[in-house]
Design a protein around this ligand. Structure first.
Ligand code: NAD
Length: 476
């Protein structure tokens, strides 16, 4: 009997697809993590047709009923969390604790948006006309496409799907090729919770085939994408050409400013958690740090000591604090970033060594501000530490980036923290907290090349992307 976990499409209420693509466990050479189907443009077409047919009926479902289905999907994700987290570790490489946390996040997201089934929507507004009432309501876009990355393989599909579904849209999801199993678990939970056929569809496959077909289909009224800036900007052109709605959450190069009045050990813990947690494979990861002169040496010593505690290992083994790198190409990217910086004169204070897919967290210093290790996204556990003269030059350095997802400051000064929160160019500001990690009920998104910076994800505001506003005058 074949016990290899197998990802499947979900199209029009049916799980399908020949297991054609192998995904190897990145932590265990030679061990198969799962099999998945290689979707075609025909599969995308069938899924979109089913989603379009199902949409009017789904939008007409009473809101509380839509909410109850999401709440039931949350219950099922919770019941199945151990299996889902195990599979997630095997295909993505993060630690079991991180994977359980992520499955918990997907569960809570479903519960949160399910609860909006009972929330009031729209407003009642006064009219200048006698005997007239004005109300507003929000209408579903129709069929939406979702394209997601591998680094949060169940949480990101969940935090896009849930606001789309509660708003009355039907969905076609294209998950990342490296992590098809986690998205299949989400599909099974929604299917088993009673989502009608055609309402939630998943098509696995290559970005250039399945993702491209999804973006180009005229029936897709809105596309929400999370992934690299290069791919995102290409998709934006496609969607803009036919004036369809598009939401992009893309790359980051998140900076932290450490001031002399911070406690060095505490600042090092904040930076290390942001830089090395999730193996640095988070869009919100800390990757550059600006430090003022008096605290520099104590901070660097403390940061190296912290980095030593993030030894990489198999995420399924008890005690592993940092998982493995997701793929060989990502490993090459981490390695090239570190070697390149060192070749250009940087000092490598710790890490940057590889053993299979295990990459020790790297701490670089003595870099030029224009060094690619300081300016370009690496997406691994690599942090560049640069000295700045004072607060103002540190703030200017934080803002001198094409990206603007998250930014942090470590300081004891309320005045500096307040000023930083106002003037730092990023969608999320963290004071004395790691740049990575966000609650599910708060708006999330970036500015500059990190985001379309129009619609935010997560929290109640997430619904805005998936709906359009209507104003109704009623006279008596
Ligand atoms: P990626 O851009 O390579 O892929 C993302 C998704 O797009 C995948 O599903 C992929 O198959 C698909 N895709 C690729 N080429 C496509 C094309 N031509 N047309 C349509 N779809 C296509 O990104 P990745 O390597 O999976 O993820 C890492 C990137 O994601 C990093 O840049 C990271 O910063 C970013 N990210 C951003 C956020 C955020 O919220 N801002 C969150 C997580 C990850």
């Amino acid at each position: 009997m074949n016990t290899t976990p197998t990802a499947q499409h979900l199209i029009n209420g049916e799980f399908s697809g020949e297991p054609a693509v192998k995904r190897m466990n990145p932590a265990r050479p030679g061990e198969l993590a799962c099999l998945s189907p290689a979707g075609t443009t025909g599969d995308v077409d069938t899924a979109i047709t089913a989603a379009a047919a199902a949409q009017p009926r789904w939008a007409a479902f009473p809101l509380p009923k839509r909410g109850a289905i999401l709440a039931q999907a949350a219950n099922l994700l919770h019941e199945r969390r151990d299996q889902i987290a195990h599979d997630l570790v095997c295909e993505e490489g993060k630690t079991l604790a991180e994977a359980l946390g992520e499955v918990g996040r997907a569960t809570d997201v479903m519960r949160y948006f399910g609860s909006l089934g009972w929330a009031a929507t729209g407003e009642v507004l006064p009219s200048s006309l006698p005997g007239t009432t004005i109300t507003t309501r929000r209408e579903a876009l129709g069929v939406v496409g979702l394209i997601t990355p591998w680094n949060f393989p169940i949480a990101i599909p969940a935090w896009k799907s849930a606001p789309a579904l509660i708003s009355g849209n039907t969905v076609v999801l294209k998950p990342a090729e490296l992590t098809p199993l986690s998205a299949t678990h989400l599909a099974r939970a929604l299917h088993d919770a009673g989502v009608p056929a055609g309402v939630f569809n998943v098509v696995h496959g290559k970005g250039r085939v399945v993702g491209d077909a999804l973006a180009r289909d005229e029936c897709i009224a809105g596309l929400s994408f999370t992934g690299s800036t290069t791919v995102g900007l290409g998709l934006q052109e496609i969607l803009n050409a036919r004036r369809a709605r598009v939401q992009l959450e893309m790359g980051g190069k998140n900076g932290v400013l450490v001031l002399d009045d911070a406690a060095p050990d505490q600042a090092a813990k904040v930076v290390a958690a942001g830089a090395f947690g999730l193996t640095g494979q988070a869009c919100t990861a800390t990757s550059r740090v600006y430090v003022t002169p008096a605290i520099k040496q104590a901070f660097l010593d403390a940061l190296v000591a912290e980095a030593r505690t993030y030894a990489p290992g198999d995420g399924l083994e008890a005690g592993t604090r940092m998982g493995v790198v997701v793929s060989e190409s990502q490993l090459d990217q981490n390695d090239a970033a570190v070697r390149g910086a060192v070749a250009r004169g940087a000092t490598l204070l710790h890490g940057g060594t590889t053993n299979g897919s295990r990459f020790t967290p790297a701490v670089l210093t003595d870099l030029d501000p224009s060094d690619p290790a300081v300016t370009d996204e690496i997406f691994g556990p690599v942090v560049a530490v640069l000295e700045v003269g004072d607060y103002e030059s540190g703030l200017a350095a934080i803002n001198a980036s094409r990206y603007g997802l998250t930014a942090g400051i470590c300081t004891d000064s309320l005045a500096k923290a307040t000023d930083f929160a106002e003037r730092a160019q990023a969608g999320v500001i963290k004071v004395n907290r790691p740049t990575a990690g966000l609650d599910l009920n708060v708006p999330f998104g970036g500015v500059k090349d990190s985001s379309t910076n129009t619609f935010r994800e997560q929290g109640r505001t997430a619904v805005d992307f998936y709906t359009w506003g209507k104003t109704i005058y009623t006279g008596v």
